[in-house]
Design a protein around this ligand. Structure first.
Ligand code: UDP
Ligand code: MG
Length: 335
């Protein structure tokens, strides 16, 4: 199969019939073999009924419905697991992304050798102040922090090699950072393609103001996990030790200085009247806390289910049954 189209949706009943017809038309024009995977993320409206009807008419369409609303990331992840096409594309269900872009994205993966291609809504048809300007800032930060040169990380329209979506796990709110997840998994050929964007025709946006808080926090987790997720002690341990040592020597100096002055019969103050003493003490306490945090984090990461999950890209051909090339070995295996 050429193309799997994964569509996460939440309360989009009005858009679905048009979307399905449009995708079907484009796919038939291009002569692609394809599947549409609609993942209903616990819609409260009639979306699922619509999906069932569409699935009856179009054998290339399958629907999956969640028991409740888990979020776009969960919907994408589930769709990815079900996808069987050589190339896997994702798009929003609200008709803001155009199916006409699918063949172009497909070719960039299948013919130009990209691992993943992200859409770029260059002329974005969303409210200026609540979406466009914040999103420019956010994308700039994400570019700087991750080193991935994309203008539109969170574009719903993207395409991947199948291996990519089967190697990454999209959870929490990580759908904003799939390019980062792909890069971690070792897929470096990440491309970008400008795509047209329409205004929302039916329904309303599902992402309100809370994304201003969640987006940046998730970006910080992604960056931190990518740098130190597998070796937390290198961050917490190093920082903790440094601060502790600083406090320790400062306290030591205060003590020795006091003894020296007593011995020389110079005027002294009580150690506890010296503000630097409390600063040193605090440093030692914070240093210890950081160190212990690092140790606990290390124990947690040892228990991570993917701690020894390595992606194998290629192997050489297996040798003969006994591990000896035929004709060269001493045993034939038939004795
Ligand atoms: N969506 C989803 N689960 C959610 C929220 C959104 O599957 O909890 C889907 C939604 O139905 C749409 C896509 O994610 O297909 C993008 O959402 P939306 O258009 O509301 O985002 P915007 O374009 O406003 O950023
Ligand atoms: Mg939208």
């Amino acid at each position: 199969m050429d193309l799997s189209i994964v569509i996460p949706l939440f309360n989009e009943e009005d858009s679905l019939p048009e979307l399905e017809a449009w995708i079907r038309r484009v796919m038939e024009e291009e002569g692609f073999s394809y599947e549409i995977i609609m993942v209903d993320d616990g819609s409260k409206d009639g979306s699922w009924r619509v999906i069932e009807q569409l699935a009856e008419q179009n054998p290339n369409l399958q629907g999956i419905k969640f028991q409740r609303n888990y979020g776009k990331s969960a919907a994408l992840n589930t769709g990815f697991q079900a996808a069987r096409g050589r190339v896997v594309a994702t798009m929003d269900a609200d008709l803001q992304d155009s199916p006409e872009e699918l063949p172009g994205l497909y070719r960039m993966i299948a013919e130009q050798g990209y691992d993943m291609v992200s859409g770029w809504k260059k002329k974005r048809k969303d409210p200026l102040f609540s979406k466009n300007i914040p999103s420019k800032f956010y994308n700039w930060t994400a570019r700087r922090m991750t080193g991935i040169r994309l203008h539109d990380f969170n574009c719903g329209l993207k395409a991947y090699k199948r291996e990519v979506v089967h190697s990454i796990e999209v959870y929490g709110e990580m759908h904003r950072y799939i390019p980062v997840l792909a890069k971690w998994a070792g897929f470096h050929r990440i491309g970008e393609k400008t795509v047209v964007h329409q205004e929302r025709k039916y329904g309303t946006t599902k992402f309100g103001m809370e994304r201003f808080i969640r987006g940046p926090l998730d970006l910080m987790s992604v960056i931190f996990i990518s740098r130190f997720g597998k070796r937390p002690m290198h961050f917490f341990g190093a920082l903790g030790s440094l601060i502790f040592i600083l406090g320790f020597f400062a306290a030591g100096y205060i003590g020795i200085n006091k003894l020296y002055r007593l011995h020389q019969k110079l005027p002294t103050v009580l150690v506890t009247d010296n503000p630097y003493f409390f600063i040193s003490l605090t440093c030692m306490i914070i240093g210890t806390l950081l160190f212990v945090t690092g140790f606990l984090a290390e124990l947690v990461s040892r228990n991570a289910p993917d701690r020894s999950h390595y992606l194998i890209e290629k192997r050489t051909e297996a040798l003969g049954d006994e591990g000896i090339l035929p004709g060269r070995g001493t045993r034939t295996g038939m004795e």
